[in-house]
Design a binder for this molecule. Structure first.
Ligand SMILES: Nc1ncnc2c1ncn2[C@@H]1O[C@H](COP(=O)(O)OP(=O)(O)OP(=O)(O)O)[C@@H](O)[C@H]1O
Ligand SMILES: [Mg+2]
Length: 256
């Protein structure tokens, strides 16, 4: 079943920039879809529309059959629970004045009605945060540290833990590894892959790096100048049918 449906969506900014032009695609439950394209192709705009941070006039976005952004207040809460986001720079996600366990527990505090499947027994809020740290491969002793005392890769793991804590059905990642060095990039991608397998959440993974996208995603969408120029499953990566722009991206990434 389709979790997310993007149907003929266009976005023009007030400055008349046409950021997206009649974009359509689906994300099914448990699927990992990569959005790849050069700078300015509209990738982040797409994420902003799905998150309801930017408005669109033309087309439709549906999550679990409900229009996004939701019209009824009762649906807004459900929508906020269902979609979580990871940004390139997790510094903005973590409050610099709080030990990380307090930032980690915030989503669960906001959605007290959620009982995540990974919890069993009676744990304190701090113990839950420690469990989340372990789920993303960090030591639980890190709970008391402040964001400034973590490396970029560790901070990104914390923001992943925070995002998955409420078990969203869709996780949107916008260039989550772009500011990390190559070995840490691979570790973060492996972590996302493992979490995706365990939780069966869907992931929309945005990147200019086709190599990262092919590592993680089952389906790929190539954006150029606000339009989809190619869409294919991983097995079709090297097919002759690929758009010339996709072929150029594959060649530039030296994965041909
Ligand atoms: N708030 C805004 N107001 C006006 N124009 C914008 C705004 N945000 C983005 N744009 C423009 O819309 C187009 C798409 O931008 P977007 O940020 O979606 O690209 P991107 O693919 O995420 O690029 P990058 O890889 O550099 O992050 C660009 O031409 C950009 O200048
Ligand atoms: Mg962007």
């Amino acid at each position: 079943m389709s979790l997310l449906i993007i149907d003929e969506v266009s976005k023009n900014y007030a400055n008349r920039v046409k950021a997206l032009e009649r974009i359509s695609f689906h994300v099914t439950e448990g699927q990992c879809v990569g959005i790849v394209g050069e700078s300015g192709s509209g990738k982040s705009t797409l994420a902003q529309l799905i998150l309801g941070l930017e408005q669109y006039k033309n087309g439709k976005i549906l999550l679990n059959g409900e229009q996004i952004p939701p019209k009824k207040r009762s649906q807004v809460r459900q929508y906020r629970k269902s979609v979580q986001m990871i940004f390139q720079d997790s510094t903005s996600t973590l409050n610099p004045k709080l030990p990380i366990w307090k930032s980690l527990i915030e989503p669960l505090d906001n959605f007290k009605e959620i009982t995540p499947s990974y919890l069993s027994g009676d744990l304190s809020r701090k113990e839950i945060a420690m469990l989340l740290l372990e789920m993303v491969g960090l030591e639980k002793q890190m709970a008391d540290r402040y964001p400034s005392e973590l490396s970029g890769g560790q901070k990104q793991r914390v923001s992943i833990a925070r995002a998955i804590s409420i078990e969203p059905s869709l996780l949107i990642c916008d260039e989550p590894t772009a500011s990390l060095d190559v070995t840490v990039q691979v570790q973060i991608l492996e972590l996302l892959k493992e979490l995706q397998r365990k939780t069966n959440m869907s992931i929309l993974f945005i990147s200019h790096d086709i190599r990262a996208v092919t590592f993680l995603c089952d389906k790929m969408i190539v954006l150029k100048g606000g339009s989809i120029v190619d869409e294919f499953s991983l097995e079709e990566l090297y097919s002759k049918k690929r758009d010339s722009y996709t072929k150029a991206l594959i060649k530039a990434a030296a994965i041909d």
